[in-house]
Ligand binder design. Sequence first.
Ligand code: GDP
Length: 477
Amino acid sequence: EAITVQELANRMAEKGADLVKALFKMGMAVTVNQTIDQDTAELLVTEFGHNIKRVSDADVELELETAEDSEADLQPRAPVVAVMGHVDHGKTSLLDALRGSGVAGGEAGGITQHIGAYQVTMKDKSKITFLDTPGHEAFTEMRARGADVTDIVILVVAADDGLMPQTIEAINHCKAAEVPMIVAINKVDKEDANPQRVRERLLEHEVIVEEMSGDVQDVEVSALKKTGLDELIEKIQLQAELMELKANPDRAAEGTVIEAKLDKGRGPVATILVNRGTLKVGDVFVVGAESGKVRALIDDHGKQVKKAGPSMPVEVLGLSGVPMAGDPLQVVDSETRAREVAEYRSSVLHQKRTAQAPASLESMFSALKENQAIEYPVLVKGDTQGTVEAIIGSLNKISNEDIKVRILHSGVGGITESDVTLASASKAPIIGFNVRANAKAREIAEKNGVALKYYDVIYDLTDEIRAAMAGELGPEA
Ligand code: GDP
């Protein structure tokens, strides 16, 4: 029994375009008018948090379960902050320094547990949650899996070293994810520190900091000497206030896996960041393709807690297996149901993973066709700065009001793993002009269905993209 995406969307009271997007993330390029099979339909239904009642194999009844929270139930929640930047610029040092900066940090007597995230309570009792796996790999991998947990990114730039390749990558990741950034110019204690040079170089990447009359907050810090930290925290709080981050704490919990591992003594353990609701000991849940019942919750000080509300990271014990970072956790009402959904997901996901087709330019356009503003994300790598600029120039030229090419990242050199993770998060193809992907990058590309397109003539490249655009927009365009 097949159903069109639009029909399913109507029955679920969701937007057709959102279903198309979700399908696209699963590696299926379909439009709202196309039909999908029952397994796919059911997978979508669970993805959107609705209940499935399988009456018979041919007849799927859908029950609405997850309602949106009403404005009145929403309460402010702590911002979730990630730290990115070039290696050795001081990400780990800054995270350590910030960890000790709250009042609670002192009280706890310095016993800290690395669970993948920690929360600091400030003097004014407000809280900030920091993800403590620095770098953009964790960030993009989560996003590739559909998890957008980061509210704010701190971009760490060493004042002596300035902008380096991973700094630029981090900037592009933030832009692609549309996550606001605060620039922390670190190591200002060093003799050869030149913070102004950092601000100037940032301009070249369209990051205009406050000191240069822009609207990206910047602050000079020394993670080593612990200076500027209060100011950095104030800027985080200010940014958080602007964003009006809120969640309903009084509902069945939903969260995201930050880290997961198999612990010798404790079995499968996952660090969950609660997105909304409150997770409690005894709650029954589904997490990715695993299920479980919360046996214990442990906070970032290694202390057992009874519950965890929005933006709080906790280790959860009592899982059937080890989920993946980025997997969603949902509390459900019975263990049977939890097991059913988990088993169902693991079987369908397995089928989908093995049948996944790589994204092509054509499928990209058909998938995005139903959306209003069509953006076509792409990564460009080339053999020289000149060719890369020429390619970007011609891609911009073939953009029109219906379809706009968006350059997620560009650079000189071969296609690397980092390029592929970034592309994968936005399901973008990678264009290699006179360059190829390395073995590891090819492997990840294949696994994640990222298209690698090699060219040695710019005309071929623009021609192929223009043809795909014209074909997909139809005769009226
Ligand atoms: P990461 O690779 O970005 O996590 O960088 P680390 O935090 O490991 O720091 C790299 C090196 O820079 C270490 O030797 C730190 O001690 C040093 N470092 C970090 N922050 C500062 C700072 O503010 N001032 C100075 N002088 N050194 C720093």
